[in-house]
Design a protein around this ligand. Structure first.
Ligand code: ATP
Ligand code: MG
Length: 388
């Protein structure tokens, strides 16, 4: 039952596990196309729960909650990779679920993810799995300086520590309470990029243009499209992302993050079994957004190749922007931002701004890349985002 065998037409209800901003934008896309929507999330004020037709307010493994979601939904997707794989297995036994529990399970675990890259012939940073003291002791010094990352549940740079030597590595692993980790060699990055592909149950595949990403403190800050990279490098990134999706027999939207190294080579960083923050620009700058692709893949609709109709820069709006110098919460001057030509404001309906919390994003589109950059820098200046 795991992928739709026939087209699920508008009028049906689509379910989503998780009520964050990605679920919210999925719900918006589904509703625009005439679907009803159901969201499962324990938070009574979750961004997606607030806008869906039905909000099942339960924990992800709660049997009654899962049963309610299934009862409502003709097909179910997920908006974050940390949904327990067991929940997707339960749902997948009764309803089309995409991506499948198996594919999500690979993405949930950094060690499995890297083994999958290797199996596909896609290079990634040299790494070692650390699950016990012996493996810690056996780590090759060639991986240092490195980054220690928890194998599971990391996001936005959380669950990571930069370590210079063995002593720091041991201390960082102890701070992480000895949970399974991956130690990666720290690479010299010339650029970060990502590729979003959508694959249908029939094996058809399309991709968004390659995105160039700027991270600050481990969190995505700015995405620029076109990425303005060497064409052969972009083609290589797309081919690698497609190979990864293909070999997972993936159905749905998949994002693969890559590093471009100083010598021009490309290595895969990680992947997400869902739409991705770096693809938000597609809502305003492409004729088919990553969220519409998610709806189409889930319902068995055809997957048209998205066309970028405008260059775009996306700025993430983190909770930090809500704090003034004295630490008081002050709403940013949206009226000023909305006065900028080509600025598209997306806010996720989160009541509490917290530092590092993704509250929304702003996409600037325009006729030329230079014009977009000028307006995006102006917006950044107004909002207190560091120039890029
Ligand atoms: P996400 O929010 O994308 O899920 P995450 O917490 O899973 O983030 P990563 O993507 O692994 O974290 O790393 C976050 C950022 O840290 C990367 O985008 C990159 O800037 C930096 N980084 C990660 N691994 C390395 C590495 N091996 N060498 C150099 N920089 C790295
Ligand atoms: Mg990442």
């Amino acid at each position: 039952m795991s992928s739709p065998s026939r087209f699920i037409a508008p009028g049906a209800t689509l379910g989503v596990m998780g009520g964050g901003q990605l679920g919210r934008m999925f719900v918006h896309a589904a509703q625009q196309m005439g679907y009803f929507t159901a969201v499962l999330d324990p938070d009574p004020a979750s961004p997606a729960g607030l806008v869906a037709h039905y909000h099942v307010q339960s924990e992800y493994l709660d049997e009654q909650g899962l049963a309610q979601l299934m009862q409502r939904s003709a097909a179910i997707t997920t908006e974050f990779e940390n949904v327990p794989a067991a929940a997707l297995v339960t749902l997948g036994a009764h309803r089309p679920v995409s991506p499948s529990a198996d594919a999500v399970a690979v993405c949930q675990d950094r060690a499995r993810e890297k083994l999958h890259f290797t199996r596909c012939g896609v290079p990634c940073a040299a790494f070692a799995v650390i699950e016990d003291g012996q493996q810690l002791a056996a780590v090759s010094t060639s991986l240092l300086p490195g980054i220690l990352k928890t194998s599971r549940l990391g996001y936005d740079g959380k669950g990571q520590a930069r370590v210079a030597d063995r002593a720091e590595l041991a201390a960082a692993w102890a701070t992480m309470k000895g949970v399974p980790c991956v130690l990666e060699q720290r690479l010299n990055l010339a650029a970060e990029i990502s590729v979003i592909v959508a694959r249908g149950a029939d094996g058809s595949m399309v991709h968004l243009p390659v995105q160039r990403n700027l991270h600050r403190d481990g969190i995505l800050a700015v995405t620029t499209v076109p990425a303005d990279l060497d064409q052969s490098l972009e083609a290589q990134a797309i081919a690698n992302a497609e190979r990864i999706a293909e070999s997972l027999a993936y159905v749905g939207v998949l994002c693969v993050e890559f590093f471009v190294l100083a010598d021009g080579s490309l290595v895969a960083n990680e992947m997400a079994p869902r739409p991705h923050n770096s693809g938000h620009y597609s809502i305003d700058a492409c004729d088919v957004s990553q969220f519409e692709l998610q709806v189409r893949a889930l319902t068995g609709a055809p997957l048209p190749a998205p066309r970028l109709h405008s260059p775009a820069i996306m700025l993430n709006l983190l909770g930090d922007l809500w704090y003034d110098v004295s630490g008081a919460v002050v709403e940013p001057d949206w009226a000023a931002v909305l006065g900028l030509t080509g600025a598209h404001l997306h806010l996720y309906g989160k009541a509490q701004p917290r530092r590092g919390r993704k509250m929304g994003h702003l996409t600037v589109t325009g006729a030329t890349a230079e014009g977009v950059r000028r307006v995006a820098l102006e917006a950044a200046g107004m909002l207190g985002i560091e120039a890029f």
